[in-house]
Write a protein that binds this ligand. Structure first.
Ligand code: TYM
Length: 332
């Protein structure tokens, strides 16, 4: 059976892109696959984090994953730092991956910005840890948004390099699984930038915990252009903000973009935005409420994470030990 692994960083608020691009898909995959989902705090500390806030966000993200439909009785949910296998395998893979491969990673370039020398070594080698996350479970499929595709392709390259270096077929080559209808949800303020939990403007995103009024206000204020909605989806080309709102509507309603434009053809954004707000509230409202309930029940979340941690290590432990044997580490 295929094994699924995916991760999410506990930094900032969970936003609609995380839900539509990742978590909803994670929940769907549980029906047909063995699924392992991880809150990746080791990745979060590649940029400075406030310790108390990191701890709070770790629980909140776990709550968001559960509220978003991942069932702890069917899937493994745990915290990365508590399974030392990830860091152990990452070191081995650091000695397989090449500088030239990491130099091509666009996320590092974006996050390091102009001051490359000031970035942490952890930020640079971040994608190798991500490869270790996936390969520690011999996962075959990795459900992610479009922005993570390059990292999963690197994980394939690293797996292949390990296999050929040690003349083995030990690691399977993982496949990125990207939902085309919500591969890249964009900012509500700028249709050419990704919606992100780290964007300084809260009006750029819908958070999974936003209440009905706030969701409606953010959608009302979302940037658009003066033209009405077109009568076919191709006409959204060159209208990034309009396209993004149609994409969000279609993904929330689970219909095609064509169906959405047919319904609203020739109408102004006023009407469209008000229906989009109702739809977003209908989908996110119950999830946000369940998240709030779980946040008020930290023991319940921690019990789930504790169980998940034990199960994760049961799977990854033997795989890491076998990898160490292949490398030639002495076990006394
Ligand atoms: P992170 O925490 O930035 O995002 C978690 C997931 O949400 C998706 N996503 C989006 N999808 C569509 N539109 C958006 N605007 C949007 N914003 C976020 C991301 O693509 C991702 O799937 N490096 C990863 C975490 C990670 C990981 C892994 C993922 C660590 N180890 C192993 C897969 C496998 C990250 O920072 O995701």
């Amino acid at each position: 059976m295929n094994r699924i692994f995916s991760g999410i960083q506990p930094s900032g608020n969970l936003q609609l892109g995380n839900y539509l691009g990742a978590i909803r898909n994670w929940a769907r995959m549980q029906d047909s696959h063995e699924c392992i989902y991880c809150v990746v705090d080791l990745h979060a500390i590649t940029v400075p984090q406030d310790p108390a806030e990191l701890r709070r966000a770790t629980r909140e993200v776990a709550a968001g994953v559960i509220a978003g439909g991942v069932d702890p009785d069917r899937s493994v949910i745990f915290v990365q730092s508590q399974a030392p296998e990830h860091a152990e395998l990452a070191w081995i893979l650091n000695c397989v991956a090449r500088l030239g491969w990491l130099n091509r990673m666009t996320q590092f370039k974006d996050k390091a910005g102009a001051d490359r020398d000031g970035a942490t070594v952890g930020l640079y080698t971040y994608p190798v840890l991500q490869a270790a996350d996936v390969l520690a479970y011999k996962a075959t499929d990795v459900p992610v948004g479009e922005d993570q595709k390059q990292h999963i392709e690197l994980a394939r390259d690293i797996a292949q390099a390990f296999n050929s270096m040690f003349d083995t077929d030990f690691f399977p080559l993982p496949e990125p699984r990207i939902q085309p209808e919500a591969a890249r949800i964009m900012s509500l303020r700028d249709g050419t930038r990704k919606m992100s939990k780290s964007d300084p403007s809260d009006y750029s995103r819908i958070n999974m915990t936003d209440g009905a009024d706030l969701i409606a206000r953010k959608i009302r204020r979302a940037k658009t252009d003066p033209a009405p909605l077109p009568d076919h989806a191709e006409a959204l080309e060159g209208r990034p903000e309009a396209r993004n709102l149609v994409t969000i509507y279609a993904a929330l309603a689970e219909v095609s973009q064509e169906t959405v434009v047919e319904r609203f053809a020739g109408k102004g954004f006023g009407i469209f935005k008000s229906e989009l707000a109702d739809l977003a509230v209908a989908v996110l409202g119950p999830i946000g409420e369940e998240m709030q309930r779980l946040m008020a029940a930290p023991d319940e979340v921690d019990a789930i994470l504790g169980r998940g941690n034990a199960r994760a290590r049961e799977i990854s432990g033997p795989i890491i030990r076998a990898a160490q044997d292949i490398v030639g580490f002495h076990r006394a």
